[in-house]
Design a protein around this ligand. Structure first.
Ligand code: HEC
Length: 143
């Protein structure tokens, strides 16, 4: 269980390092120097977090935990859940007819939609780890 906490701290440090080194990282373009096109990276997730904050948060709440719109980080959206990245991409791009969920295809670039998905996938893993911790540990110990 402590492993999870340490890993979380390491991820934060990495995200900070990436933010500082953003110019050199982006010089390689999305996916990094050798990464396959479209593969999610840590910097995709942090860009996605910013995009999510600007475009989605007002309905899906901060970090996708749900508000006016449904949560996007648990259950079928969680790690190993039924919903695929492609399915998510389609909804974000096209929206859902006759709901408040509009299509973002015209407003966001394909890579930006993928960055948002990368962020939601990372967040779903954090939520899963936190839920597991809460279920197996005395509450309050780490807060
Ligand atoms: C104006 C409010 C609003 C905004 C802004 C919005 N959504 Fe939604 N979203 C909704 C609502 C409401 C639904 C539920 C639609 C339905 O009834 O099927 C939804 C559904 C979804 C779903 C499907 C959820 C499910 O359980 O089936 C995804 C994925 C999603 N939104 C992602 C996003 C992303 C990513 C963004 C930002 C790019 C975004 N939404 C912006 C309101 C919004």
């Amino acid at each position: 269980m402590q492993y999870t906490l340490i890993r979380g701290a390491a991820t934060c440090a990495l995200a900070a390092a990436l933010a500082l080194g953003a110019t050199s990282v982006s010089a390689f373009g999305p996916g990094g120097p050798t990464g396959p096109a479209g593969a999610a990276t840590e910097s995709d997730a942090s860009k996605g977090e910013e995009l999510f904050g600007r475009n989605c948060q007002q309905c899906h709440n901060s970090r996708g935990k749900g508000g006016k719109g449904p949560q996007l980080v648990k259950g079928a959206w969680g790690p190993g859940g039924a919903n695929s990245d492609d399915y998510m991409y389609k909804i974000i791009s096209e929206g859902r007819a006759n709901t408040q969920m509009g299509g973002f295809g015209p407003a966001l670039k394909p890579e930006e939609i993928r960055q948002i998905i990368a962020f939601l996938r990372e967040e779903a893993k954090r939520v899963q780890a936190a839920d597991r911790k809460a279920a197996t540990q005395d509450e309050g110990q780490w807060y």
